[in-house]
Design a protein around this ligand. Sequence first.
Ligand code: PEP
Ligand code: MN
Length: 242
Amino acid sequence: MFLIIAGPCSVESYEQMLQVGQAVKEYGGNILRGGAFKPRTNPKSFQGLGLEGLKILRRVGDEIGLPVVTEVMDTRDVSLIYDYTDYFQIGARNMYNYSLLKEIGKQDKPILLKRGLSATIEEWLFAAEYIKQSGNDKIILVERGIRTFEKYTRNTLDLSAVLAVKELSDYKVIVDPSHGTGRRSMVIQMALASKVIADGIMIEVHPKPESALSDKEQQINIEEFKVLMNLLKKVPNIKDIV
Ligand code: PEP
Ligand code: MN
């Protein structure tokens, strides 16, 4: 199965989550995402709704009948988030946070481990190993672009890393073209390209990207998500062709 995780960057309100959640469900997504604790570069930026966001995410997930994923940034929040989520996400900024990796490794829920902003493939795999060594082997790696000298895109989406990880390990790897490009105009095409080689995608979808409280440049709207989901059906996955 080609895993599709979609939802807004941040949980902003019940209405916003319900609108996106219903679309994710209707067009065939598998997991609803939404950040409640947000790792923002600028401390004055919206930091997420915290517990209220977790409650909204859980409620909407239950109402539409989809599992949910949300980011955990701090070891102190693990048990709180555990009560509301089905999957934990470790964000790019925390890939090197070994105490968090060890703590999350003690949980019995699956983990999405994002690649660090400038992490080598080897470092990314070692981070996964930390989680595994602590007892949790339900790990999905997420390629979300890396920092390079290029400025036109927010990050450089490293699709070859997906193949490298597959050569080096048995982990499932999905691609996040939203953070990988930072540009709404590129998300659909890069998601389609990812379908060929990866095990899934994570896409940021917002009812009104232009007024989103975080990552407004890269979130696609519900209509675009529908287009993407239809186009994805026409693209083969490598497992279907060889
Ligand atoms: C996110 O998924 O919203 C996020 C903050 O991603 P990353 O950790 O890849 O920057
Ligand atoms: Mn985001």
